[in-house]
Design a protein around this ligand. Structure first.
Ligand code: GDP
Ligand code: ZN
Length: 291
């Protein structure tokens, strides 16, 4: 059986890429019976005969799954934040990082509009993130800075591009010479701005990898459980094995490895303070929900 990847879903058809060819397929009825959804990004086995539609027969298990847009097996999220206009905000960045890491997707921080900023100043603000293990890249679509680095990051990976509106996501895609790869109409779709009534989901081939639709976080409200929040911090998660208490929320618990790391400067105080603020927020949300 040929194997491939679903790269587009539209009007009941799934488009499967296999060996650089696209096959138009339908899903076998068993998926519907089991209420099993096929997603863009799924790896599948399919059958195909020349001159007719193919059939998707089975799916491989997924490493992650986004809800809006429904895409799975995403490798990374390029999180675009502008240095200026709007001003860089570490608290907003932290919120985005939690959202992304909660989906088990690797975030890459991309600071845009560097032509408008003092380089040293913004690099100082980002240093704690690099120290926490995040990859940070600096770009200016206007002055064509950092574009090669973005291309390297996109290569052979499935990437979603996200960030507040106005930070320069479309400008970045345009500056990447994307017209060589996809037309502008696809760009607007890739950014979720298509005026099409039939909304479809698609992965767009780019530099050997794919770029997916922008995750539309309807709000940046944190809806996870307190422990899930703690686990969305990859560095806290690693240290938590050394906390005395299992399920430590790194708050008022004694012998907490995360708090110790903050004390010795291994974790930035600001990162931790924002975490405590978010923890309070999710606890309050939980109380509101369950009384
Ligand atoms: P999006 O909403 O994230 O897609 O942002 P856009 O790409 O539409 O850009 C929003 C605004 O920022 C536009 O007015 C762009 O001209 C401007 N902009 C985007 N990239 C840059 C940049 O690298 N430098 C400067 N100075 N302005 C930029
Ligand atoms: Zn702890």
């Amino acid at each position: 059986m040929p194997k491939g990847r679903i790269i587009k879903a539209l009007s009941g058809f799934y488009y499967v890429e296999s060996d650089n060819q696209i096959y138009q397929c339908k899903a076998r009825g068993k998926f519907r019976k089991r209420d099993q959804k096929l997603l863009v990004g799924d790896f599948c086995e399919f059958s195909y005969e020349e001159g007719s539609d193919g059939y998707i027969l089975s799916l491989s298990s997924r490493k992650n799954e986004l809800v809006r847009p429904p895409i799975c097996n995403v490798d990374q999220a390029l999180l675009v934040f502008s240095a200026k206009e709007p001003d860089f905000s570490s608290i907003l960045l932290d919120r985005f990082l939690i959202m992304i890491e909660a989906f088990d997707i690797d975030p890459i921080i991309c600071v845009s509009k560097m032509d408008l900023s003092q380089k040293d100043e913004i690099e100082n603000q980002l240093r704690p993130y690099q120290k926490a293990g995040y990859k940070v890249i600096y770009v200016s679509s206007k002055d064509k800075i950092g574009l090669e680095e973005v291309k390297k990051i996109l290569k052979d990976k499935v990437t979603v591009i996200t960030g507040q509106s106005g930070v320069g996501k479309s400008s970045l895609l345009n500056a990447l010479d994307i017209h060589l790869n996809i037309d502008t109409n696809q760009i607007s779709k890739a950014l979720g701005r298509g005026k099409h009534t039939t909304r479809h989901v698609e992965l767009i081939k780019m530099y050997g990898g794919y770029v997916g639709d922008t995750p539309g976080f309807s709000s940046l409200e944190l809806t996870q459980e307190p422990l899930e929040l703690a686990k969305a911090y990859h560095d806290f998660r690693e240290l938590s094995h050394s906390c005395k208490f299992r399920g430590c929320l790194h708050d008022s618990e004694p012998y907490c490895a995360v708090k110790e790391a903050v004390e010795v400067g291994k974790i930035s105080k600001e990162r931790y303070d924002h975490y405590l603020m978010f923890l309070k927020e999710v606890k309050e949300n939980k109380e509101k929900k369950y009384g």
